[in-house]
Design a protein. Structure first.
Length: 255
């Protein structure tokens, strides 16, 4: 019994020697302060502005490319228009220099070079080109007819005259009849002064159109405009009013 009590006493001694458990304390909050960033230098500022600078450069390159492409388009259109203008001047020069004595190659060359102008000019230039084409055909026809009639009038003998009359008369009659032959001959001699007067009128008309060509083509042959855009708009409206509106009113009045 004593041994049992002694053992219990020895077992309970370590429990008596332990200190009492203390209550839990709240956590300690530690505030960490970062050091202030150093002041930025020039390279730092450039690095911060890098995206903005790159975007600005890209925008500038795009604007420059648009400007160059726009100028190239204007230059190409100017070259095409000037080619039509040169074709009109060459054709007028040929008509004036030869008094209308042009061949089929001259007509074909003018048509080949001037026909694309239909898609590059306004109605004023198109009307000018159509009028010039009609002038060339009429001038050439009058010159050929005058040449043929002069050949008949200047025939060295009667047989040659008869052959020329048979070839050139629109409605050849029985030229074996002396009276009919004389009537045809006198008719041709009468027509020669009339043809010369008409040829002279065609010549003056060609000279007038040659002087007018620069005024008609000049508004379309401007690479750089000296006037401001409101003035250009006003000038275009004025040209439209002068060219199209009177024609429309005339058509309505005719109806």
């Amino acid at each position: 019994m004593r041994r049992f009590v002694l053992i219990l006493t020895l077992l309970s001694v370590p429990g008596w020697s332990q200190p009492a458990q203390q209550s839990a304390q709240p956590p300690i909050v530690v505030k960490v302060e970062m050091p202030a960033p150093p002041p930025r230098d020039f390279l730092g500022i450039l690095q911060a502005l890098g995206p903005f600078i790159a975007a600005s450069v890209a925008m500038g390159v795009g604007i420059m490319q648009y400007y160059l492409q726009s100028n190239k388009s204007k230059q190409d259109l100017f070259d095409k228009r000037f080619h039509v203008y040169e074709a009109a001047l060459d054709y007028l020069g040929t008509l004036i220099a030869t008094q209308g004595n042009v061949d089929d190659d001259d007509h074909a060359k003018f048509r080949r070079n001037a026909d694309p102008g239909e898609f590059m000019f306004g109605t004023d230039v198109l009307d000018f080109l159509v009028q010039l084409r009609k002038l060339g055909v009429t001038f050439d026809s009058l010159h050929r007819e005058h040449k043929d009639y002069v050949a008949v009038a200047m025939a060295p003998d009667q047989m040659t005259r008869i052959n020329l009359l048979a070839a050139y008369c629109v409605e050849p009659e029985d030229l074996t009849d002396p009276d009919e032959l004389n009537r045809q001959y006198q008719n041709i001699r009468t027509q020669i002064p009339i043809l010369e007067k008409q040829i002279r009128a065609m010549f003056l008309e060609a000279c007038r159109m040659s002087e007018q060509s620069g005024q008609v083509f000049r508004p379309y042959l401007q690479l750089h405009y000296d006037q401001s855009w409101p003035m250009r708009v006003k000038a275009r409206i004025d040209r439209w009013m002068e060219s199209e509106v009177p024609a429309k009113f005339a058509c309505k009045a005719g109806d």
